[in-house]
Design a protein around this ligand. Structure first.
Ligand SMILES: Nc1nc2c(c(=O)[nH]1)N[C@@H](CN(C=O)c1ccc(C(=O)N[C@@H](CCC(=O)O)C(=O)O)cc1)CN2
Length: 301
């Protein structure tokens, strides 16, 4: 005999309970957690998960809270208005996002599409809670014959040294028209101008195919092979004007040996790049990442 009563087929399913993600940082001082938690409770919400971190070097406090309404009439806009008073008192930088408010993601790719293919697959199976608003490439659609974009708009944006600024204007127009709030460089092999990088601070993630800070720039696997490394890696980081110097979000490595040729590193590296980028994108769209100067705080599960 099942312990669960059979579902009442006639009763309408209850609407899913909204979950809100709060991320905040502020100068550290005693009592912050108590004040934040009390405010959430007093406004008719309940905390489902909370993480915090005291960063000693900068004496700053970081916190991530998942909370949901538990009282009739608990209103998130009213909560935001009253929380902003508390936030001002503590000089907080903060943001709150509803789980149902999916990040709009524009993916850029050049010739090699293994990271793009992986992101599409993980998105399709529901592993990445986001809305893909488009794919753009400096290579034509025919470059990716085995990829099914499944209705996702594809934008061919060829670029040369002479047309770089015009092409970047097209990228920026795409970001604005699609209301993308995250740009993912999935092995997009063009250096963004300082101007475009500045517009995308904290909302452009790149996968670099080395274990940064080693082997920045082009052809890192060939650099690594020439150096005789014993591990190779991949690094997902936010893009800044300084090439491959942005705050690192996620990294991973794999062992190699003297038997391996550069092409072997490229091949072994593809799997590292895919999983590192997917983790970084998921952390970002789940509101788990806070930029802390040149570094990040990532509140993983
Ligand atoms: N402003 C930034 N732009 C980009 C970054 C970044 O950190 N800041 N990361 C790179 C990705 N990247 C390595 O991961 C990388 C891409 C391209 C090059 C490069 O030398 N590109 C040449 C052209 C190469 C080609 O046409 O095939 C160039 O742009 O002149 C180095 C490193 C993405 N952009």
């Amino acid at each position: 005999m099942s312990k669960h009563k059979p579902a009442n087929k006639s009763a309408p399913a209850a609407p899913p309970v909204e979950i809100y993600y709060l991320l905040l940082t502020c100068p550290n001082r005693p009592g912050i957690i108590a004040r934040v938690a009390s405010h959430i409770f007093e406004c008719g919400f309940n905390i489902a998960d909370t993480r915090q971190f005291d960063e000693e070097d900068t004496d700053r406090f970081f916190m991530r809270v998942e909370f949901n309404p538990v009282r009739e009439g608990a209103d998130i806009e009213a909560w935001k208005a009253s929380f902003s008073v508390l936030a001002d008192e503590y000089d907080m930088t903060w943001r709150v996002r509803a789980q149902s408010q999916l990040s709009k993601v524009l993916i850029l790719v050049s010739k090699f599409d293994h990271c793009l293919a992986d992101l599409l697959y993980r998105w399709r199976i529901g592993e990445l809670p986001m809305e893909i608003v488009g794919v753009a490439s400096n290579y034509p659609r025919e470059t990716f014959p085995h990829l099914d974009f499944d209705g996702i708009p594809f934008h061919y944006l060829p670029v040369t040294r002479e047309t770089k600024m015009e092409q970047e204007a097209q990228i920026w127009a795409l970001v604005q028209q699609s209301h993308a709030d995250l740009l993912v460089l999935a092995r997009y092999m063009q250096i963004l101008s300082d101007g475009l990088a500045a517009k995308l601070v904290g909302r452009c993630i790149n996968i670099h195919h080395s274990f940064l800070p080693g082997f920045k720039g082009a052809r890192p696997y060939h650099q690594a092979h020439a150096r005789g490394v014993k591990v190779i890696g991949a690094s997902a980081h936010y893009v800044t004007a300084e090439l491959d110097e942005g705050p690192i979000i996620e990294q991973d490595v794999e062992r190699i040996s003297h038997h391996h040729r550069p092409d072997d590193l490229v091949s072994k590296g593809r799997d590292i790049e895919r999983r590192v980028l997917a983790r970084a994108v998921r952390y970002h769209v789940e509101n788990r990442v806070v930029i802390n100067g040149r570094k990040t705080i990532v509140f993983t599960e």
